[in-house]
Design a protein. Structure first.
Ligand code: ZN
Lengths: 286, 323
C-alpha cells in the first residue's frame, strides 16, 4: 500500500515571471527546483523560458509570457477582454465565489483564466487561446468556455490555424457547477465545426491538464503536443487512490506516460515550441 | 409492493406503508379496518407529497442513488421492446457499466444506451457501480455512428457517479474517449435524446449527454462533481455535515438545472420517488421520448445539428461589459 499521493492537480512549483508570490512559494532571488532540488537564480530560469537550467524542469508560465514566447513580437491582438465571471449559483463555501473572483482578479490582474486572440508565429497567422493556471488553477467556468468558443468560431471564419495552450488543475470550475460542465460540451461543439470546416487545431498541454479540460478541448486536436513532465489525466491521483488503493505506476499521468500510451503526438521542450508549431502549420497549408 | 429500503428522511413513510400493507392483506371486504385503511392511505399520500415535495439537495442525491430505483436494464424492458444488446468496442473489451442496444417502441426503432449500476453485489461489481471505462465510451461512439448510418434516433439514459477513476481507465485514455464522444455527439446527424435517470456525475455523464432534448427525472441530480468530491476539496473532508452543504451549493437538482437552462424538461416521478413505481416512471419516460422524436423528426437538412449547436452555444452565464 502506498502513501497517499499529493492533492489533485497540485502543481510542483508556483514560479511566476511577474514576480507574484504563488501558493506559498517565497518570493526571492533564489528558488529551489522541485524536481532536482537545485537552488537556482530566479533570473537564470526566467531568461530561459521558466525552465530549470539544471534539469530542464518546466515551471509554470503565465499566459502573458506564453504569448511573448510563442508569438512574434508585438503581433498579439487580444479578443474579448470584456468578459468577466458572475456567480450564477450564488456559490458559497468557506468564502463566497464572488469574493474569490475579486481576490483572484486583484492577485492575477486577469478577469478570468483564459486569454484569447490572434497573432503570428514566425510570420504565420494563428488564433490562440491560453488558460492560465494562476487564476483559480486554470479552471474552466463560463468565461473560459465562452472565450475559447468565440476564438474557435473566429478561427473558423477567418480560416486561421488554431492553437490552444491548456493548463488547468481541476478542469471544470466547481463554483459554477453544471454550467462549467456544459462548457466542455460548448467548446467541443465549436471544435467539431472547426474540424468540419477543415481547420488545423494544435493542442498544447502544459502542467497540469486535468479533468474536464483534458476530457474536452485539450485532447481534441489534430495534433497534440505536450511540454515535458506535465501532469495530464482525467481523475486526480487522490481520487484514484481512494478508489483502487493501489500504488500508481511510475510516472503515471505524465506527458511521457501519455506519449507511451499513444495519446499525444510529441513532447516538445518549451524553447522549441514556436519552431515546431510553425513547421506543423506549414505541413497543413493547402 | 416489495419492502423498500427506507432512506433516513422517510422512516415514517415506510412504517406507514408497512402498516398499510399488513392491514390490507389481513382484511377482506367489509372488514372493520376498512375505514382505518382509507384513513392511512390518505395520510400516506399527504405525507409523501409533503416530504417528496420538499427534498433537500442531499436528500435528492440519496433518492437518486436508492437501491430500488429503476435502472437502465429496467427501463430497457419497461419503456421499450425487444432490447437487442450490442457488445464491445472493437478495440479492448465490453464495458458492462455502459450498455448499448437496438430497441423499439411500437413502430419506432431506436438506439438505446446508458449506464447500468447493477442491483446485486455481484452485478454491481461487474458494472463497476455504473462507472464506465474508455471502452464504454468507445462502444457508445460506435453505436451512435451506427445509428446515424441507419437514421435511428439515439436515446441515452444517464446514471453514473462518474467515469471510472482507476489506473487502467487512465492508461486507456478515459479523458480522450470522453473528449471524442463530446465531439462526435455534437456532429451526429440523427436525433439524440438524453434522460438523467439517477446520478448525472460529471464527465462520465456528459460523455453520453449531448442531446437535442435533455430531461431529468424529478429526483435525479446532474453535477460537475459529486457532493463528496466537492466537500472533500472545499471543506477538506466529506462527512455528514459537509456533504449536504456541498450538494446544496452545487445546485444539482432537476429544478436548478432547469433554471440554469441546462435541461429542457423535468419528468415528474411517481409520488414518493421512481423506486415506488417503476412502471409509472417508465411510462412517463416513454411518452417523453416519443414526443421528442416526433418533434425532432421535423428538423431536416442539417437543421437538427445546427439547433443542437445553438442549444449548447447558449449555455453559461457571464458578464459582458462594453469597453
Ligand atoms: Zn531542476
Amino acid at each position: 500500500m502506498s502513501k497517499q499521493p499529493r492533492q489533485d492537480g497540485e502543481v510542483e512549483s508556483g514560479l511566476s515571471m511577474s514576480g507574484r508570490p504563488k501558493r506559498g512559494v517565497p518570493e526571492g532571488l533564489w528558488i529551489q527546483c522541485p524536481s532536482c532540488k537545485a537552488t537556482i537564480f530566479r533570473k537564470d530560469s526566467e531568461a530561459k523560458f521558466n525552465i530549470c537550467p539544471e534539469c530542464q524542469h518546466h515551471f509554470y508560465l503565465p499566459a502573458a509570457d506564453r504569448i511573448r514566447q510563442m508569438l512574434d513580437d508585438g503581433s498579439f491582438e487580444e479578443w474579448d477582454t470584456n468578459l468577466s465571471p458572475c456567480d450564477p449559483l450564488e456559490f458559497f463555501d468557506r468564502i463566497a465565489y464572488q469574493e474569490r473572483i475579486v481576490k483572484e482578479q486583484a492577485r492575477t490582474k486577469m478577469k478570468d483564466a483564459a486569454v484569447v486572440g490572434r497573432g503570428y508565429i514566425r510570420g504565420r497567422p494563428v488564433a490562440i487561446g491560453i488558460t492560465d493556471f494562476a487564476f483559480m488553477a486554470g479552471s474552466m467556468g463560463s468565461v473560459v468556455g465562452e472565450k475559447l468558443t468565440r476564438a474557435i468560431e473566429a478561427a473558423t471564419k477567418l480560416q486561421l490555424p488554431l492553437i490552444i495552450v491548456s493548463g488547468s488543475g481541476g478542469g471544470a470550475r466547481m463554483q459554477e457547477g453544471i454550467l462549467s460542465l456544459m462548457q466542455m460540451a460548448k467548446v467541443s461543439a465549436a471544435l467539431g465545426r472547426f474540424h468540419q470546416a477543415g481547420g488545423l487545431y494544435i493542442a498544447i498541454l502544459t502542467n497540469p491538464t486535468m479533468g474536464g479540460v483534458a476530457a474536452s478541448w485539450a485532447l481534441q486536436g489534430d495534433i497534440t503536443l505536450a511540454e515535458p513532465g506535465a501532469l495530464i489525466g482525467f481523475a486526480g491521483k487522490r481520487t484514484i487512490w481512494n478508489t483502487v488503493r493501489l500504488e500508481l505506476p511510475e510516472g503515471f499521468q505524465t506527458s511521457e506516460f501519455l506519449l507511451s500510451h499513444g495519446f499525444i503526438d510529441r513532447i516538445v521542450h518549451r524553447k522549441d515550441l514556436r519552431t515546431e508549431v510553425a513547421r506543423l502549420i506549414d505541413y497543413c497549408q493547402r | 409492493m416489495a419492502k423498500t429500503i427506507s432512506l433516513p428522511f422517510e422512516n415514517d413513510i415506510c412504517e406507514m406503508e408497512n402498516l398499510l400493507s399488513n392491514l390490507e392483506t389481513r382484511s377482506g371486504k367489509n372488514h372493520p379496518a376498512e375505514e382505518e385503511i382509507r384513513r392511512i392511505r390518505k395520510e400516506l399520500v399527504a405525507l409523501k407529497r409533503l416530504r417528496y415535495g420538499n427534498l433537500s439537495a442531499w436528500e435528492t442525491v440519496m433518492v437518486s442513488r436508492h437501491s430500488d430505483r429503476p435502472q437502465f436494464m429496467d427501463y430497457s424492458r419497461l419503456a421499450f421492446e425487444d432490447f437487442t444488446e450490442l457488445h464491445g468496442d472493437r478495440a479492448f473489451g465490453d464495458d458492462r457499466a455502459l450498455r448499448c442496444g437496438l430497441v423499439r417502441i411500437g413502430e419506432t426503432k431506436l438506439m438505446l444506451m446508458g449506464h447500468q449500476k447493477g442491483k446485486t453485489l455481484a452485478e454491481r461489481r461487474e458494472c463497476m457501480y455504473g462507472c464506465a471505462h474508455p471502452e464504454g465510451y468507445r462502444k457508445a461512439i460506435r453505436c451512435m455512428k451506427f445509428a446515424e448510418k441507419f437514421k435511428l434516433p439515439v436515446v441515452c439514459l444517464i446514471d453514473t457517479p462518474g467515469a471510472f477513476p482507476g489506473i487502467g481507465s487512465e492508461e486507456r485514455g478515459i479523458a480522450q474517449l470522453i473528449a471524442d464522444a463530446l465531439k462526435e455527439m455534437a456532429l451526429l446527424d440523427t436525433p439524440i435524446i438524453c434522460v438523467v435517470i439517477g446520478e448525472g456525475g460529471s464527465g462520465g455523464a456528459l460523455g453520453i449527454g449531448i442531446g437535442d432534448r435533455i430531461a431529468m427525472l424529478e429526483h435525479s441530480y446532474y453535477s460537475v462533481i459529486s457532493p463528496e468530491g466537492c466537500a472533500g476539496i472545499l471543506w477538506k473532508t466529506a462527512n455528514e455535515e459537509t456533504k449536504p452543504k456541498a450538494a446544496e451549493a452545487l445546485r444539482l437538482t432537476s429544478k436548478h438545472c432547469m433554471k440554469l437552462r441546462v435541461i429542457d424538461e423535468v419528468l415528474p416521478e411517481p409520488l414518493g420517488g421512481a423506486h415506488r413505481d417503476h412502471k409509472e416512471m417508465a411510462g412517463t419516460m416513454k411518452a417523453f421520448i416519443l414526443r421528442s422524436i416526433r418533434e425532432l423528426k421535423q428538423l431536416r437538412g442539417g437543421l437538427l445539428v445546427e439547433k443542437r449547436y445553438e442549444k449548447f452555444r447558449r449555455m453559461g452565464e457571464f458578464l459582458e461589459t462594453t469597453v
